[in-house]
Ligand binder design. Structure first.
Ligand SMILES: Cc1cc2nc3c(=O)[nH]c(=O)nc-3n(C[C@H](O)[C@H](O)[C@H](O)COP(=O)(O)OP(=O)(O)OC[C@H]3O[C@@H](n4cnc5c(N)ncnc54)[C@H](O)[C@@H]3O)c2cc1C
Length: 434
């Protein structure tokens, strides 16, 4: 199948390069950054090729809702061809990039070479286990749809097995869920998991009481949501405590295995360990043969191009871009989207022979995180919101930024339904058991 896809797209591409002499822009990755660039290059006098290893764009901020059975995978993903289908100058390739030949100006997909005149690398990030790669096998990550459906299966199966178990210790272990990392993903997961156990599943079992499930959120630093103001961290901590989540702050995980997590002298027995603690950039620095900055990111110039290689741009979670105070910009969707839009402007100006735009400046539109179905924290700088109103702002922002009318409608209806009924519509155990 892969071979067939490769042959068809190779034929399409060589046809494109024979029939046109226009510049060829290649974008690797159709996530927030790559797609933002591609959508703004639709009217540029150039051929655009978008390469992604998946055939869909994924709205990662709502992955945790798929993992906790609130939304279905198709609600938060949209086919790349569908999004870019109305751009006649844009071709999509399904393939996994394995390297870049900067001297020969070609992107490598295995043996295959895709030539470029301008290249945008937007391949995002992957999990990082702080030098403990062996923890990957013992914990559940959350970067892909498959991760979310695996997590959903593991959570739901834990309740099923606990219902079937007569062994008290096993019972407790199955109903203990450990989340490692108190950033937005960990906080949102903890809140959603608590509501799943304490409301949606509360009446579904006969032998166990799902509301007794223990949800432990572990954070190595002194407070949750370290990228938010301390006041909002405290609001999030109180909201989670009200939901019954056990908070372990200033607590470093020193070991993880399939039966539990170790925190120094203490061991927490659990079959479900969730990793929400660290990410590292995609391996683009290795493809480019340059020394990466912190977190594997690629340091770029103020126009987001590589030093000495003005035709190569790196954006989003893969790039290291300095903000106003000299601090690296955070790995969040708005940064990637603004960088993608900016790079499209630089490339369009070059092709049109116009002056380059001013150096990239990030406009921080605010930080948002939700805790369950009633509480959220929103940081707009001088204006900070909490409570139901913040939750409404959070919900509207996420619906607005979802791609595709169908997805917006589906998510809005699902949220309204679960808000009114406390139910979770996507409580399906799919795939292999554990
Ligand atoms: C669980 C979770 C929750 C998050 N919550 C929030 C939030 O609430 N708010 C927020 O602003 N941000 C959030 N983020 C961060 C946000 O999703 C990222 O900052 C953003 O996706 C970065 O955009 P990007 O374009 O750099 O990468 P991505 O959006 O990750 O896109 C990268 C693309 O590159 C493709 N790709 C990767 N490697 C290859 C390869 N070798 N070959 C071909 N294609 C490849 C991938 O398939 C993917 O489509 C969250 C992230 C996660 C994982």
């Amino acid at each position: 199948m892969d071979g067939l896809i490769d042959r068809v797209t190779a034929a399409e591409l060589s046809l494109a390069s024979i029939t046109t002499a226009r510049p060829h822009i290649v974008i690797i990755g159709a996530g927030f950054g790559g797609l933002s660039a591609a959508m703004r290059l639709g009217k540029v006098d150039a051929d655009v090729t978008v390469i992604d290893r998946r055939n869909y764009h994924l709205f990662q901020p709502l992955l945790y809702q798929v993992a906790t059975a609130a939304l279905s995978p198709a609600d938060i993903a949209a086919p790349i061809r569908g999004i870019l289908g109305r751009q006649p100058n844009t071709n999509v390739i399904l393939g996994t990039v394995t390297g870049i030949d900067m001297t020969g100006r070609a992107v490598l997909i295995g043996q295959r070479r895709i030539p470029y005149d301008q290249l945008v690398i937007a391949t995002g990030a992957r999990e990082s286990y702080f030098g403990h790669d062996e923890w990957a096998a013992a914990t559940l990550g959350l970067k892909k749809i498959d991760d979310a459906t695996t997590m959903r299966r593991r959570i739901l199966v834990a309740f099923e097995w606990a219902e079937d178990s007569d062994d008290e210790a096993e019972h407790r272990q199955l109903l203990t869920f450990v989340i490692i990392g108190g950033g937005p993903t960990g906080v949102e997961l903890a809140g959603a998991l608590a509501e799943l156990a304490k409301a949606a599943l509360a009446r579904d079992f006969r032998r166990i009481d799902p509301t007794t499930a223990r949800i432990v959120l572990i954070e190595a630093g002194p407070r949750l949501l370290p990228s938010f103001p301390p006041k909002l961290s405290a609001v999030a901590a109180r909201a989670l405590t009200r939901l019954g989540v056990e908070l372990r702050l200033d607590a470093k995980v020193t070991g993880c295995d399939c039966e539990g997590a170790v925190l120094g002298d203490e061991r927490i027995e659990s079959r479900t360990l969730i990793w929400a603690a660290g990410v590292a950039a995609s391996p683009a620095a290795a493809w480019l043969g340059i020394a990466p900055a912190r977190g594997g990111r690629v340091p770029v110039m103020s126009d987001l191009s590589l030093p000495g290689k003005p035709e190569v741009f790196v954006i989003g979670d893969t790039a290291q871009v300095e903000g106003l105070g000299g601090q690296p910009l955070p790995g969040v969707a708005p940064v990637a989207k603004q960088e993608g839009a900016y790079v499209a402007r630089v490339i369009a100006a070059r092709i049109a022979g116009k002056r380059a735009p001013a150096p990239f400046r990030y406009r921080n539109l605010g930080n948002l995180a939700t805790i369950g179905r009633k509480e959220a924290v929103v940081d707009f700088g001088r204006l900070q919101l909490t409570g139901r109103f913040a939750w409404l702002v959070w919900g509207l922002a996420h619906i607005y930024f979802l791609i595709g009318f169908r997805n917006r409608m589906a998510v809005a209806v699902d949220w309204l339904w679960s808000y009114l009924t406390y139910q979770r519509g996507a409580r399906l155990i799919t795939g292999q058991e554990m």
